[in-house]
Design a protein. Structure first.
Lengths: 229, 229
DNA sequence: GAAAAAGGGGAGGGGCCCCTCATGTTTCCG
DNA sequence: CGGAAACATGAGGGGCCCCTCCCCTTTTTC
């Protein structure tokens, strides 16, 4: 039987399992944080998160000493989904389809989740345990772009860096429209991929915003400015 | 000589000219606010604005009782420029050029100015004196789109509401990149107009971000999350 | 140049939030 | 079952910000 050697240079210590109540509270906190980040972005109030979870603020800090710890715990799975999509995309026969699949999956993850949009547009600090995943996704993204260009399905003069435009812009459009037309970001993505130009018309995937929807989607002034009595 | 009639139902009261010191302070405050809004968006701290202007917070509130008052005073001119661009665009012979001119001017106004980006994506309350200008710009935008579609230079299946995508997305891209490559938003705008698709290649207007620039442009984690000691 | 009017100052109340820590409670394990 | 270890609690110090209000200073006006 293997004698557990007095951890010479082990990485994470054995990590004894959590107490039952602690595990339950941790899950509750994660659920509350997921909601809060989705609705308000990565800057959501941690005191509100704790309150929504029905727990004290000190409990939150015991489980997640820094905001980054909480962010990583909340988004580890979504980042994993994105990574798997990149792995699938990079081996697709149709490289254009792979390119679109990579981007569309990412945007689906972003849609309705300001937190993930923020994370996707945020360079994680090297110390973050999720930084590795982010880096690998980035590398796969480069390959996806290169393959599509080698096969001539993607403009030769775009670069992998241009992909960031998609992250930023769809994140913003989705943020603005999610409450009023949660799928309309696809229209934006499609326009970004196909272009506004007349001719060669592939029909757009979802209907446009109606004027009323647009009105609702524009940032409510009260959110940004003091009321005007 | 015209007898000033005891203002029967006049609109704004005669509005006596400001005292000299008051006018000077007002200008100083506007300059400080312009900087603060440009750098931090419409949510910039008013206490900081006053401090930057070297004036007391009470003075700021005397001149601009609400944040909206200050916002309108700061951005009235930019909104005017946008409006004039729309007027020019709507009568251009080449309707596609008009469409592009309208959007590009707007994006130039947005670039490097988070405040104006926010304002462009914000529905002003009816009471705001700038709301009329915003509405007229919106109407001109509709005409610009319709003309381009009648002339067959713009996809028939886009709507005036889709123009909001440009406002939101260029605003976000510009915000992310302004410190590192302040012109690269043009590349995004161009891609949005022309499309990522291979073939029919019009060269892109400015170079892509380098990987290093991209790294710098991604939101600094410290801005969003607590430090990780 | 003195009174009236306009403007400027800034302390302070209230709110929200971050994060810590001393104290009290639950779980686990022998 | 009993005690040690793990965990939960929430008041409280510190920070930033919004906005008000009363009193003092400057400008204008006659």
């Amino acid at each position: 039987m293997d004698i557990d050697p007095p951890s010479v240079t082990a990485g994470p210590p054995p990590a004894r399992p959590l107490r039952r109540d602690a595990q339950r509270n941790r899950d509750t906190l994660l659920a509350a944080a997921r909601r809060a980040f989705a609705e308000e972005g990565l800057g959501a109030s941690l005191e509100q998160v704790a309150k929504q979870a029905g727990l004290a603020i000190g409990t939150l800090y015991r489980h997640f000493p820094t905001r980054l710890d909480l962010v990583q715990a909340v988004f580890a799975d979504k980042l994993g989904v994105w990574y798997e999509a990149a792995e699938r995309a990079v081996v697709m026969d149709d490289t254009w389809e792979g390119f679109c699949f990579f981007l569309e999956t990412m945007c689906e993850l972003q849609s309705g989740d300001r937190g993930f949009s923020g994370l996707a547009g945020t360079r994680l600090p090297e110390v973050a345990c999720l930084a590795g995943t982010q880096t690998r996704i980035h590398e796969l993204g480069i390959r996806i772009v290169e393959r599509a260009q080698e096969q001539g399905t993607l403009r030769p003069d775009v670069t992998p860096e241009d992909v960031a435009f998609v992250i930023w812009s769809v994140g913003r459009v989705s943020e603005a429209t999610q409450d009023v037309a949660p799928e309309v970001w696809r229209r934006h993505l499609y326009l970004l991929l196909e272009g506004f130009r007349a001719g060669r018309v592939h029909p757009l995937p979802v209907p446009s915003l109606t004027p009323e929807q647009l009105y609702e989607a524009m940032a409510r002034p009260g959110d940004l400015m003091g009321r005007t009595p």
